[in-house]
Write a protein that binds this ligand. Structure first.
Ligand SMILES: Cc1cc2nc3c(=O)[nH]c(=O)nc-3n(C[C@H](O)[C@H](O)[C@H](O)COP(=O)(O)OP(=O)(O)OC[C@H]3O[C@@H](n4cnc5c(N)ncnc54)[C@H](O)[C@@H]3O)c2cc1C
Length: 401
């Protein structure tokens, strides 16, 4: 039987481990963290990502995880709403916030029910093992080694497997970091969870109710050079949020969490694979947070990877594993996924540049804000039409195994 090592139990690694294990393939899933709580884990799932989970047969699992649909997208310029676009924007599912730690834990638990699945948590991979220029396994931080017919690097944007395999990452110039805050949510957001993007006073930030009950998230964009200041954040936010939120921000000021600084890396590997090793998700193509793409694209990578890998890894009886067949499947996976990744990153950059234009040029912002009752509906129509590929995906992705 073929055996696979997957490095990293984020959305890409955990779902691929489950799909392969369900098909009877021996899988060792290795995760550096002891549990899923310790790091920031994003929550936004677009209809395309929800569809990938649906194809994996995980709808009922999702129902058991804290989740919350978005009701609308709102854009505020200075103190005026430019427009509001109600979910699901012509799709069959609304964009939904899903709490990632319980989702990942549940995926691993499901995989553990499969024979041939091995789960190593709290153990970082430190190096790759090689034989005649082919990756044949990993070395763990505790010195143990594990061999495999295929190593999958699903270890995120700082991927160690990518570095050890010498697969270069071409990054876009770094334009933002994000300061992430959580604060008690105002009552109205439970019933009407709009994702508000605010551009005012030289700042761009977003506000929305997260998946967990009672928590408002505030994502504050800063330039990578800007230090994390010890601001009076409540007063800073109160001066900028939409008018209906000012009193609430002042009232809950003491409960605003200290900011968590998240570095944003965007890029792509020209080559996602080498003999015996494949990169997936952020390891191959780290995504910007704009319009919540990264988890969704990682899940869609997994669907395509499973389609190509199961036929070459699921070998009958005593038949030998064919490394050439595995390696040629790796090239087909990149070829099928790359066009969507390239276009999604271009669309994200386009969205970000429009926000940046409004942030930097006060007169443009002021003009649009003043004219919002007249031009808002038109701007909304253009925006909604442009969202389709970022919500529904760009290429057809169908699970066939
Ligand atoms: C501020 C911000 C907000 C975002 N918001 C969204 C959003 O709302 N929606 C969305 O779709 N995307 C969002 N993204 C992008 C999204 O978080 C990523 O694209 C997505 O998590 C990629 O999934 P992944 O499984 O490839 O990698 P990751 O989620 O990064 O998982 C990698 C896993 O590998 C483990 N690991 C790393 N190194 C090792 C090692 N050496 N050994 C063992 N394990 C290792 C890590 O602990 C981690 O669990 C956001 C990104 C940022 C920066």
């Amino acid at each position: 039987m073929a055996n696979v090592i997957i490095v990293g139990a984020g959305p890409a690694g955990a779902t691929l481990a489950l799909l392969l294990a369900r098909c009877g393939i021996a899988v060792t899933l290795i995760e550096a963290a002891r549990d899923f709580q310790r790091q920031f884990r994003s929550e936004g799932l677009m209809p395309s990502g929800l569809d990938a989970l649906h194809q994996m047969g995980l709808d009922s699992l999702l129902e058991t995880i804290p989740h919350r649909p978005l009701s609308a997208w709102e854009f505020w310029l200075n103190d005026r709403r430019l427009f509001r676009a109600d979910e699901p924007l012509g799709c069959d599912r609304p964009c939904t916030l899903v709490s990632q730690p319980p989702l990942l834990a549940a995926l691993v638990q499901m995989a553990q029910a499969q024979p041939g699945f091995d789960w190593l948590a709290g153990t970082a991979v430190k190096d790759l093992l090689w034989h005649h220029d082919r990756a044949v396994g990993v070395q763990l931080a505790d010195g143990h080694t594990i061999e495999a017919d295929l190593v999958i690097g699903a270890d995120g944007r700082a991927s160690l497997t990518r570095q050890r395999a010498n697969l270069p990452l071409e990054t876009q110039p770094k334009s933002i970091d994000v300061l992430w805050f959580k604060l008690p949510a105002p009552a109205g957001y439970e019933a009407d969870n709009r994702f508000c993007t605010v551009v005012k006073g030289g700042r761009v930030f977003s506000l929305f109710h997260g998946a967990e009950a009672g928590q408002l998230h505030l994502a504050w964009a800063i330039s990578p050079e800007e230090p994390t200041q010890r601001d009076d954040w409540a007063e800073t936010f109160a001066a900028l949020v939409p008018p209906g939120l000012v009193d609430h921000i002042r009232a809950v000021g003491d409960a605003i969490t200290p900011p968590q600084r998240l570095s944003v890396v965007v890029g792509r590997c020209p080559r996602w694979h080498c003999p015996g090793l494949l990169l997936l998700g952020d390891a191959a193509h780290p995504m910007s947070p704009v319009r919540a793409q990264g988890i969704n694209l990682a899940l869609r990578d997994v669907v395509v990877a499973a389609n190509h890998l199961v036929p070459v890894l699921k070998i009958p009886g005593e038949a030998a594993v064919d490394p050439t067949a595995i390696d040629s499947a790796l090239g087909r996976i990149q070829a099928e996924r790359e066009p969507e990744i390239v276009e999604a990153q271009q669309l994200q950059a386009h969205e970000a540049s429009r926000g940046e234009l409004l942030r930097r040029f006060g007169p443009v912002r002021q003009g649009l804000s003043t004219l919002s009752p007249g031009v808002g509906p038109l701007v909304k129509q253009v925006w909604v039409n442009q969202q389709r590929p970022l919500r529904q995906g760009i290429t057809a992705v169908r699970l066939e195994v």
